[in-house]
Design a protein around this ligand. Sequence first.
Ligand code: MG
Ligand code: MG
Length: 286
Amino acid sequence: MFSRERIEIKSLDQVRVMRRAGLVVADALDAVRAAARPGMTTADLDAVAARVIAEAGARPSFLGYHGFPATVCTSVNEEVVHGIPGPRVLAAGDVVSVDCGAIVDGWHGDSAVSFVLGPDGPLAPEAAAPDPGDALLVRATEAAMWAGIAALASAQRLNEVGAAVEAAVELAGEADGAAYGIVEDYVGHGIGSAMHQPPDVVNYRVSDRGPRLRPGMCLAIEPMVSRGAGTTRVLEDDWTVVTEDASRAAHWEHTVAVLEDGITVLTARDGGAGRLGDLGVDVVVL
Ligand code: MG
Ligand code: MG
């Protein structure tokens, strides 16, 4: 039996504050991508995000969270999530994932992007990477996230999201000739007055249908996908999650609100209209 967890239902006014937090996160991640170059350290990326969040008058969600020492998580190559920014120097060809959260008036936004670093900055999604499989991994993971978000628009029950994510990863694997592994040890989550709330949002098919989706629910949809098996372990810093087989991994995340008239992506500047429009989903514009 699915135990009925307490899911925070937001008012429209509360969702509008979360939208402000979401836009701060979007700005921070855009600034990180604009700045990223080979030769920079992951601590340099952290400083860029910290400055954007501070200038917006917001606070980082991650700094101090269970003792996490930085504003963003930077996870490079075989690192999946929760990497700690530091002296690591980025090189062209690295797969870089940056996860960022911000708080505005007590409400959170949470989003992550991945990219292959080129000589002059992040490579465009269609550009050839030094290892073409890395670019395909990044695209497949992003597509899986958007498939999960699109499913949320019409889903009755939460498990339809994970089913859509898994189906998208399978489809991409066939198209790319790759054996992708979905990371199952970490999942998406409810979000609102705290960064991590019930319910868990898994990235794979489960028979338990999960909670019924209702207006006022806000969810972080965040698939993590590797070029290997997808099993993980945690490094001795007690934070950094790496793939057990050292295969490279990518991570994409958006915070999404379920509203009376549809969904909106709080951490996307266009509310998700562009990518979801391609999938036949209209979004609510706040
Ligand atoms: Mg996140
Ligand atoms: Mg999250």
